[in-house]
Ligand binder design. Structure first.
Ligand code: FES
Length: 505
């Protein structure tokens, strides 16, 4: 493990598909500069390049190695908060736009991989929503009703390829999809370069400034990119202190991949109705073996550090449904940003005229990322898109709604940690491989002892807006519960919105 990497490796990272790119070593000019090289950033750069824009893409790490490489890559046009809840939150017209835009995103991926001959295992598959084990099937009724009102291609069906569920009622959704996200993005990145776009890795953006004529993006290496427009697609926007961050909350989710004999279950997407739902899909493997990917057991970032128990829960759950599961080949975690009114924030950054953002991916980062590419390229090139109002980052969210109060309570609770005692009395108590928050007089330190016994100490105060970070023993990094920043053991930023590293002590 390198300092600056998270610990776990997803099924996608196991294949050597990441695009190698240089760091930015000279000043650049472009029509649009895109910050972030996950699915939202690369797809947006692709759409703009296709439309004749000169684009530059910058990423603080390796290309596509952020949260996009930790997805399970379900391509679905459903709402993972349920259509029933979405209609109540955003009304029927809003729910229709959600469904149409997510369907269009799947169509767009299908078109691009076909037109560009990208070998990324793209398949059209059905999706199945089934009652959580022990729950009554009648809990599917509101979703069936909501789907019919929206015009979703779906059926009230029976029978799942899982033990004991061969006659269970479920909802079958047509025309969903799945793919290998990093192979796909490798092809997209190559197409951007073929259009003359430049892609830079290991380039940390420190500032994004807007003036009347354009934007200037400055990097930690002392270089800059001058452009007419900037798109900030950094999972969590690095340019916002609070506005957007009060409207979404970070959650950590867990995934595992097992071998499974091909044909054991049908190639489809499967979800149950638990609040922190389980999700299952297949990925082609070698010979007659496939990989079964299963995930779930989410929790708010930084509010639990019990990954082994969560993986046990996932394994026990899938073991009940598929007794013939093979060996585990990967386990990993990732972070999602859950928008409190159930759809991403895509459009002009509040208060800016030339800086656009894409964030609030929820459990649907792949489709939200591609929606961002369609929507933002339209806004930049034509000035309009029919989905823009629905996804507008400046949209009003009633501050009285339950989600707003619950999610923002995290920040208040976290600030109380300034006066709370540390987790250990002294760094002497730290065992190799362990991290903990320790009080040192008036301040708190984030201390980690590596496997060789060396102590790494940083300030425990997140450089975004000052919340206290928490230890993540699975990924061996520090997580900020407030807005999802992540820091490596040496304080380097792994994931925004923080820009500056933790203060080293
Ligand atoms: Fe906002 Fe840490 S991510 S305070």
């Amino acid at each position: 493990m390198n300092v600056g990497d998270e610990q776990t490796v997803s099924l996608w990272m196991d294949t050597d598909v990441l695009l190698k790119a240089p760091a930015l070593r000279r000043n650049e000019k472009a029509d649009t500069v895109v910050i972030g090289s996950g699915i939202a950033g690369l797809s947006t750069a692709y759409e703009l390049a296709e439309r004749g824009h000169d684009v530059v893409v910058l990423d603080r790490g390796a290309i596509a190695k952020g949260m996009t490489s930790r997805t399970t890559a379900h391509l679905t046009s459903l709402s993972d908060d349920s259509f029933d809840a979405l209609i109540k939150m955003r009304d029927l017209e809003g729910a229709k736009i959600f469904y149409q835009s997510h369907s269009a995103a799947i169509d767009r991926i299908e078109t691009i991989q076909r037109d560009r001959s990208i070998a990324c295992n793209f398949r059209r598959v059905d999706g199945y929503l089934f009652p959580a084990l022990g729950h009554d099937a009648s809990e599917l009724d509101p979703e069936l009703d909501a789907g019919r009102k929206i015009g979703v291609e779906m059926e009230d069906a029976r029978g799942l390829p899982f033990r004991g569920l061969s006659d269970t009622r479920c909802l079958r959704y047509l025309n969903q999809g799945t793919f290998h996200p990093l192979r796909y993005l490798r092809g997209v990145a190559a197409a951007i370069q073929n259009h003359g776009g430049r892609i830079y890795a290991n380039t940390t953006v420190e500032k994004v400034e807007e003036d009347e004529d354009g934007v200037t993006v400055s990097t930690a290496g002392g270089k800059s990119v001058r452009a007419k427009f900037a798109v900030v697609a950094t999972n969590s926007p690095i340019i916002d202190r609070l506005t957007i961050h009060t409207k979404q909350a970070p959650y950590r989710t867990y995934a595992m991949a097992f071998t499974i004999p091909r044909g054991t279950i049908g190639d489809a997407l499967y979800w149950d109705t638990l609040d922190e739902y389980h999700y299952v899909r297949l990925q082609p493997g070698p010979g007659t073996t496939d990989y079964l990917i299963v995930g779930g057991a989410d929790h708010k970032t930084g509010e639990a550090d019990d990954a082994p128990a969560r993986f046990d829960e996932i394994e026990a759950w899938i073991g009940q449904l598929i007794p013939d599961l093979g060996r585990e080949v990967h386990r990993w975690s990732g972070q999602i940003l859950d928008p409190i009114d159930y759809a991403a924030f895509i459009g002009l950054n509040p208060g800016n005229d030339r800086i656009y953002i894409a964030t609030g991916d929820s459990g649907q980062g792949m489709t939200h990322g591609v929606i961002a590419s369609i929507l933002l390229s339209d806004l930049i090139v034509k000035g309009e898109n029919p989905w823009s109002e629905f996804y507008d980052p400046s949209r009003k969210i009633p501050s009285g709604i339950k989600n707003f109060i619950v999610e923002n309570a995290t920040v208040l609770k976290n600030f109380a940690e300034y006066i709370a005692p540390g987790e250990l009395a002294s760094v002497k108590e730290l065992k190799p491989g362990q991290g903990a928050i320790i009080r040192d007089g008036l301040r708190k330190i984030a201390a980690y002892r590596d496997d060789k016994g060396k102590l790494h100490k940083c300030s425990a105060v997140c450089t975004h807006v000052g919340c206290h970070i928490h230890w993540n023993s699975l990924e061996r990094c520090w997580d900020c519960p407030c807005h999802g920043s992540q820091f490596a053991i040496d304080g380097t930023v792994l994931n925004g919105p923080a820009i500056a590293p933790l203060e080293k002590l």
